[in-house]
Structures are given as C-alpha cells and as structure tokens.
Design a protein around this ligand. Sequence first.
Ligand code: PMP
Ligand code: GLN
Length: 401
Amino acid sequence: MAAMTRPLLNRRLAEFGTTIFAEMSALAVRTGAINLGQGFPDTDGPDEIREAAVRALRDGRGNQYPPGPGVPELRTAIAEHQLKRYGLAYDPDTEVLVTAGATEAIAASLLALVEPGDEVIALEPYYDSYAASIAMAGGARVPVTLRPQEGPGGGAAGGRFVLDLDELRAAVTDRTRLILLNTPHNPTGTVLTREELTAVAELAVERDLLVVTDEVYEHLVFGGAEHVPIASLPGMRERTVTISSAGKTYSFTGWKIGWVTASPELTTAVRSAKQFLTFVSGGPFQYAIAEALRLPDTYYDDLRAGLEARRNLLSDGLAEAGFGVHRPAGTYFVTADIRPLGASDGIAFCRELPERCGVVAIPTAVFYDHRAQGAPFVRFAFCKRRGVLDEAVSRLKRLAV
Ligand code: PMP
Ligand code: GLN
C-alpha cells in the first residue's frame, strides 16, 4: 500500500478521540473499579415493558424495516405524552420522528439545519456528542459557560451551575443559526427555570434563531423542580426541535429509541438527514416504548423518588468524603469539586481514582472548550443500586486519610 501522507480521519473529526465514556468504562473493567462514570442504570426498566418487546419480536411486529418516521403506535404515544405532560399538541404523522436514540436526533438535527460556517451556541460543559455533531455539520461551536454559584453555606456545599443570560445574548452574532439547549443539563444537573427559558426564548425570537433542545432527562427532576419544554413558551413552537429518548425515562439505554417533535417543516428537514444515517432502527423496541409511554403517573413518581434518594445518598457521601458537592436538581449526575481534597486537575484525578480507591468518575473538563473552567470538577453517576453507591462512598472516604 502506498504511504499515506494525509491523516486518515478528516479535519472535522480530528479533535475527537475515543469518547470519555468508553475510555472510563474500559478503565473500570480493567481495574475492577465501581463504575460511576458512564450514565446507565445497573437495573433494567419495568418487566412488563421488557415483555412487550419480547411479544413484539415473537408476533413479528417490527422485525422488518419499520416506516421511516417510526411505527404509528409509537408516534401516537409520543404525541399523547407531549400533550398530557406539557399541553403541546403535535400531529403524530407530520410532527413526530422516531430516531436511533437522542444521539441520532441531535446529529440529524444539526446536519439538517446547519450550513458550514454557521455558529451554534451550546451550554458549556456540554454533552460530548454535541461538539462532534456540530463539527460533522461543519458548524462553529460557540460555548456559553454555566458557572457555579456560591453554595448556601459556602465552603464545601457548592451551588447551582447558572446560565448567564447576558453572556448568552453577547454570544449571538449574525452567523448564529441555532441555540443547542439541554435541560435538565448533563453534566451539571441544572434544571433551567421558566424565567431563564423565557429569556432564552425571547432572544431566539428577537434574533430569529432556531432552538434544538435535548430533554432526555425530562422526567428526572427532584425536590419540586419543574421541567419546562422551551417549545411550550410563546413564539417557540415553530422554531424549536425538541429531542427526547426512552433510555433514561424507562431504564433501557441499550434500546436506543429516541424522538423528535417539531413543526412539519422542521420535522421534514431532520428526517431528510436521518433517513441517510440509520433510515430506521429498533422495530420491536418501538412497540414496547409505545406501551412504556402510557405507564401510569405512579411509575414516574416512583422513578423520581428512587433516584432522588440515591442522589441524596451519593451527594451526602461525597461531602463526607471531603468533596465540594453541587447537588443537582435533575439528571443522573452529581458534580463534585476536588479542590477541598487538595487536588485541582480533574483529568489526572479521574485517571488515578481507580488505583487509589476503586471508583471511576468522569472529569468534567473534557466537556469544556475553556478547560480551565472545568478543571476542578468531576462527575459521579448515582443511577446505580444503593449497595453499589454505599460501597463507592466508603471507598471514596479513604481519599481523605
Ligand atoms: N443527551 C444527553 C444529555 C445525554 O446524557 C445522553 C446520554 N444518555 C444522550 C443525549 C444520548 O441519549 P440516547 O442514548 O438516547 O442516544
Ligand atoms: N449519556 C451517558 C452519560 O452521559 C452516556 C452516553 C454514552 O456513553 N455515550 O454518561
């Protein structure tokens, strides 16, 4: 073979190595450490939903290519969910699109809506696929940093990560095409308030921007926090692509059933890109998730209550172990500040953590363009069984001695 002088990976993707989740999960396997890195539950979702998938497989529903937009049963269930929970009416035939997880929905939205050179504003720290999807679309990433407030008691109790609305406004230029939002926000656990979202919406209307909003943690909000879809605010329905997924809500992250709800024009645009990525996926799982979306309210209450208790367990444990703790209002994740432990480089800290005490976490710095801003933060997932979290906490307490 002739010598290849050109790098194999194209320029757009050159900065993206292996995802931090794959790297850290591999480290957990190699060292036998407890994996509080990658956000997936260590127990599966409801038996009856798993059985619904088995039934679909056995009955021959979805074993061949499902329709491009998704099976009608699932699209109808998604539309009913948006109406019942948020008062948002979407036509299942023209305004709902089923995707291979939220990940494909994000990629397809950006590939469809962004011209090379367009600027895309994303909240930093951002979920890693955003940066890669913006790059694949040829867009320019413009990060707006969420900054931690002083905690209520100062000291080890860190506060909420807050969106600076002036900074957001200042980030908009004539090249800005869209704002990529995420609430509840991974990794900080911030749930944007109605007031904050109203300000974002007003800016989007004033500057004629699209909003792509990733709401995969929509049901995972704690302590009375409210999830507000930005599409429900004045002037936003026609300019918003709302993305969600069954992975987190029903604890089947391996099934990769996601969806988009948006105006017919936006849905058609996203479908144009999606059809050449996977075309379709997950036939039998689509039928099962249609049933999941109709679970009674008690399912969601129990899910929230169970996760909130584990959030508290891990947050309290991290504080006892000497970390600064930013208790999240939503998601699977708690952000911890390592400075009270005498450390300052989260990447080095996470690489050493399995050896030091047998636990894996994610360094938040990798989700920042302004890496220094994120250096002292590490993310721990609490979507694990109580016994696993108890053991992790007792191991982490060894760090302080
Ligand atoms: N968005 C966010 C914020 C996430 O944390 C994740 C990972 N769960 C995804 C999207 C990807 O979701 P899915 O597994 O449905 O592709
Ligand atoms: N969303 C999950 C997390 O943030 C993991 C997804 C992935 O592995 N790509 O941990």
